[in-house]
Design a protein. Structure first.
Ligand SMILES: CC(=O)N[C@H]1[C@@H](OP(=O)(O)OP(=O)(O)OC[C@H]2O[C@@H](n3ccc(=O)[nH]c3=O)[C@H](O)[C@@H]2O)O[C@H](CO)[C@@H](O)[C@@H]1O[C@H](C)C(=O)N[C@@H](C)C(=O)N[C@H](CCC(=O)O)C(=O)O
Ligand SMILES: Nc1ncnc2c1ncn2[C@@H]1O[C@H](COP(=O)(O)OP(=O)(O)OP(=O)(O)O)[C@@H](O)[C@H]1O
Ligand SMILES: N[C@H](CCC[C@H](N)C(=O)O)C(=O)O
Length: 496
């Protein structure tokens, strides 16, 4: 990690002050609570409040410059002048901040790729990093599960804020990381968090319902995701597109229009990376696929066709970035389960298995259950719930997907946050139907579900994946589905 903090003039950060001296900047902040003397404070228009409200606090803490939009500038002009700080007014201050952060921290791993889509981002980013590591590169992935691989760090966001992101990329580059795979959430794209990152390749996994609390319409949500391909290198950039998704063709046209090399992925004959068949068993699957028309076989120690598709997406990205295709194919059997994504966490004495999965959208619940089916000889039990303070319209759809694709459904709590958990459950139950069993307490739901497992059965605990806390109100209580499942299995099998 670099010990000396960088210093920079505003001009060197691509910013032109409209008033005040061209002060030296010793740091960047987006939150007034984190401002230190010499910082540039970005006063951004927010969903709840305009950051300009916090400019007096930032100036009192010694902010050397304020970056804001026109609306913000009118509000703070005099205060900034009085404090002798610089004022930078930008049409799009979020974008200006992202580019300034890229210049301020000044380095990134040489080869970077990003993945977008409603589901599968963490999995594809993780598999991409794993393949790079098997090939001998110093690689890491950045996303919902933190920074993992040859460099590790926690992360609060799927796509970190630009300041955090560019600081991290600089640190990674200085630590010798040459390859990084990151997740591009629709929030991150809409808020220009990735701007300034040089991307060699990008992938699109799928597009289904989520986050309609944040994006006004489906099309706005799609446009945010499509924005990733505007951030990929125009000339020798690569786009890996899932053509099985109904919006794949639209995404491919966008990437094509920008001059990128499009690698089509899916079941169709015209796909460069094509899944030809799979043979699932209790511990994984053998897959037959073709790269540019040549058939290949690989053993994957992973459950579910969606993970096979995610692996092939990752493989196509690594090949697109220049790796030898045969070496990539040979790396695939070395991949391992992504934490909390169709992860087997316990086995009962009678052989029944318990999986934890991060399915928290209607499509993911359906996909995960359908994917599990060919690996299971007995019945599938599922535990499902929906998060509070998130898209309300997805709740009954998640319940419906659970009932349609499992044999027995338990509806429980999943991060109720500031909402009434009983109301969230009622919405999920509405879609799940009267046969579903409602159990508010998640630990109790797990115990009851594990108790229903007979030989050959499987339980899918959906929604929380790698999470280690249950958010109730604004407090986080320790809760880990994998741990609870092990305890339930041990208790019911007489081990504790
Ligand atoms: C909904 C959303 O994305 N909000 C982001 C947005 O905040 P906002 O517009 O709501 O901010 P606001 O509360 O109105 O405040 C306006 C401004 O005042 C600043 N402020 C606020 C209070 C204060 O005391 N001082 C101060 O300076 C805030 O930092 C902000 O810049 O801009 C802020 C600054 O850039 C982000 O930190 C914030 O992310 C919040 C923390 C968040 O939780 N975002 C989640 C939903 C998110 O991004 N999730 C995606 C994953 C989604 C998925 O795919 O599942 C992710 O990439 O992680
Ligand atoms: N390719 C896919 N198609 C459909 N569903 C998938 C796919 N990949 C993963 N899923 C489902 O989505 C869940 C979350 O997977 P993953 O974490 O990889 O997605 P994500 O897009 O990163 O989600 P988030 O950003 O919310 O973490 C998985 O546990 C699985 O249920
Ligand atoms: N990135 C997603 C994760 C949801 C996970 C689920 N456990 C929930 O709390 O809804 C979100 O914040 O909407």
């Amino acid at each position: 990690m670099p010990t000396d903090l960088p210093q920079s003039s505003l001009n060197a950060l691509g910013l032109t002050p409209s008033s005040g001296a061209d002060r030296q900047i010793t740091g960047l902040s987006v939150d007034s609570r984190q401002v230190k003397a010499g910082h540039l404070f970005a006063a951004l228009p927010g969903t709840k409040v305009h950051g300009a409200e916090f400019v007096p606090t930032a100036l009192a803490k010694g902010a050397a410059a304020i970056l804001t939009d026109r609306a913000g500038a009118t509000q703070i002009h005099d205060a900034v002048a009085q404090a002798g700080a610089a004022l930078v007014v930008a049409e799009d201050p979020r974008q200006a901040l992202a580019y300034a952060a890229a210049l301020f921290f000044g380095a990134q791993p040489a080869t970077m790729i990003a993945v977008t889509g409603t589901n599968g981002k963490t999995s594809v980013a993780t598999f991409t990093r794993q393949i790079w590591q098997v090939l001998g590169y110093e690689a890491a992935n950045i996303g919902t599960t933190g920074v993992e691989g040859a460099y590790s760090a926690p992360s609060n966001h799927t796509t970190p804020e630009p300041i955090t992101l560019h600081r991290l990329l600089g640190d990674m580059a200085h630590a010798g990381i040459t390859h990084a795979a990151m997740e591009a959430s629709s929030h991150g794209l809409a808020q220009k968090r990735l701007d300034g990152v040089v991307l060699k390749a990008a992938a699109f996994t799928n597009f289904t319902q989520d986050h309609l609390d944040y994006h006004a319409t489906f099309e706005e949500y799609f446009a945010a995701k499509a924005g990733l391909f505007a951030r990929v290198l125009p000339d020798d950039g690569v786009a890996v597109i899932n053509m099985d998704d109904p919006r794949g063709a639209d995404m491919a046209a966008i990437a094509n229009g920008r001059g990128q090399r499009v690698i089509r992925l899916g079941h169709g004959e015209d796909c460069e990376m094509r899944l030809l068949g799979k043979r699932p068993d209790a511990s994984g699957q053998d897959i037959r696929f073709s790269w540019e028309g040549k058939p290949q076989m690989a053993r994957l120690p992973l459950i579910g066709e969606f993970q096979a598709m995610n692996v092939l997406t990752a493989a196509a990205m690594v090949i697109g970035c220049g790796a030898d295709p045969l070496s990539v194919v040979q790396a695939l059997p070395h991949l391992s389960t992504v934490r909390g994504r169709m992860q087997q966490v316990a086995v009962r004495d009678n052989g029944a298995t318990v999986f934890v999965d991060y399915a928290h959208t209607p499509d993911a619940v359906a996909t995960a259950l359908k994917a599990l089916r060919p690996h299971v000889l007995g019945k599938i039990v599922v535990i499902v719930g929906a998060g509070g303070d998130r898209d309300r319209t997805k709740r009954p759809l998640m319940g419906k997907a659970a009932t349609e694709h499992a044999d027995l459904v338990f509806v429980t709590d999943d991060n109720p946050r500031t909402e009434d958990p009983a109301e969230i459950r009622a919405a999920v139950m509405e879609g799940a139907g009267p046969q579903a069993i409602e159990v508010g307490d998640r630990a109790e739901a797990i115990l009851l579900a594990v108790n229903r497992l007979e030989p050959g059965d499987a339980l899918l605990i959906a929604g929380k994946g790698h999470e280690t806390g249950q958010v109730i109100g604004t407090d986080i209580y320790p809760f880990d589905d994998a741990e609870q499942a092990s305890v339930a299995v041990a208790a019911l099998d007489g081990k504790i």
